[in-house]
Write a protein that binds this ligand. Structure first.
Ligand SMILES: C[S@@+](CC[C@H](N)C(=O)[O-])C[C@H]1O[C@@H](n2cnc3c(N)ncnc32)[C@H](O)[C@@H]1O
Length: 382
């Protein structure tokens, strides 16, 4: 297996290595695991703090789909009515069926996965969910394929409003190809909103080669700073960290193998927009949030450091100004024009540090992680 950081294979070697990584992952999610309880990690225990709406949405999903949930975060971007969504590595379809309710009958959700067993469960329950949601026809489809090769699935350029993904990109042997494809299929102003696993350093190749560590969404994880640089390089100018949660490794054998590398489950949002600069600059731009996003009437928590309070004027970087204007959030803001003089760096967006990821395990978070009580064998997340 190879990681994205290994650069020097010939194209044929690369294809062979990608294939072998895909086979290891297919085997793990298709044959080794029968349900979330078989995971050696704690990351799928992410439903604490669910809103009433999300509790209702999840309660409408078939038990068999819920049992095969292997995600590591909550993937619920705001304001989805009428959106066209694509889920990278949809598995048995939990997030697809959740968001299918939020996009409504005028929207659609496409799930892509490479593992037959996962897709079989997803496909089996299409009609059940259509009836449960009271829709005249299904708004959810599942496609078998590789997230590195969405072109082979005929997903057109600029066709998707929101790409989501939950604990999948870490499993890809070619993260560059995945994000490049995401950039291609997103409409201008569209975003990828996704949860995944990140490491506090580059994971050495002998750990990447370990099928259990890889399948458990640990050793394929990117060093967070490499991820941000990759995203920026591909045109996602300002990666926005929405939330993060430390992953605990309570299995001594696995923990010893991991050589003190710390992992976090983090949700990012990356926007595709025109006219963005390589980093956040301050032109004195300001916006006022109107308080009109459903379930976010008092405040819109855009990311970990950006909180738009209803009726309050907020300073934003030039990039954020352009992003909001081109995105589906445009109608929820008043855009206040200043004289657009350059005022230097927009400090809040140019100072990401390790501390933002909460890599240090807080005493109250250790051992039991997010689940109470934690099963003895649980280790990290996925
Ligand atoms: C950890 S599971 C997460 C599944 C789902 N997102 C969820 O939350 O339940 C990873 C899924 O990604 C799929 N997957 C991993 N790498 C893939 C790739 N390169 N192309 C397509 N699917 C992939 C696997 O088949 C598996 O179903």
């Amino acid at each position: 297996m190879t990681s994205t950081s290994q650069c020097c294979n010939s194209p044929n070697d690369k294809d062979t290595n990608n294939e072998s990584t895909h086979d290891v992952v297919k085997d793990y999610y298709g044959k080794v695991l029968a349900g979330s309880d078989d995971l050696q990690t704690n990351a799928c225990c992410t439903d604490d703090g669910l809103s009433t709406l999300m509790k209702t949405v999840l309660s409408n999903i078939h038990d068999e789909v819920l049992t095969r949930y292997y995600g590591c975060g909550l993937v619920t971007p705001e304001s989805l009515a009428g959106c066209h969504i694509l889920d990278l590595g949809c598995g048995a379809g939990r997030d697809c069926y959740a968001l299918a309710q939020l996009v409504g009958e005028s929207g659609s959700v496409i799930g892509v996965d490479m593992t037959d067993e996962q897709l079989a469960v997803a496909n089996k329950h299409i009609e059940y969910h259509q009836n449960k949601f009271g829709f005249a026809k299904p708004n959810t489809t599942f496609l078998k394929g590789y997230i590195e090769k969405l072109d082979e699935l005929n997903i057109p350029d600029n066709s998707i409003d929101v790409v989501i993904s939950n604990c999948v990109i870490n499993l890809s042997p070619d993260k560059n190809a995945v994000l490049k494809e995401v950039f291609r299929i997103l409409k201008p102003g569209g975003e990828i909103y996704f949860s995944d696993v990140y490491a506090d350093r580059r994971v050495p190749s002998h750990l990447v080669e370990d099928p259990l560590l890889y399948g458990e969404c640990l050793s394929g994880a990117l060093y967070w700073n490499d991820f941000e640089n990759l995203a920026k390089h591909l045109g996602f100018a300002e990666p926005r960290l929405v939330s993060s949660r430390v992953i605990t490794v309570d299995n001594d054998e696995l923990a010893a193998k991991l050589e003190d590398i710390r992992f976090t489950s983090a949700t990012y949002r990356l926007f595709k927009a025109d006219g963005l600069e390589t980093d956040a600059q301050d032109y004195g731009h300001q916006v006022k949030y109107l308080g009109t996003i459903t379930e976010h009437e008092q405040a819109f928590h855009f990311d970990q450091s950006t909180y738009f309070v209803k009726g309050e004027v907020t300073n934003v970087s030039g990039n954020q100004w352009h992003t909001l204007k081109q995105s589906r959030f445009n109608k929820y803001f008043e855009f206040i024009e200043n004289d657009s003089k350059h005022l230097g760096f927009f400090a809040a967006q140019n100072q990401r540090s390790e501390a933002d990821f909460h890599f240090q395990i807080e005493p109250q978070q250790s051992a039991s992680g997010c689940c109470s009580p934690a099963p003895a064998k649980k280790t990290s997340c996925c």
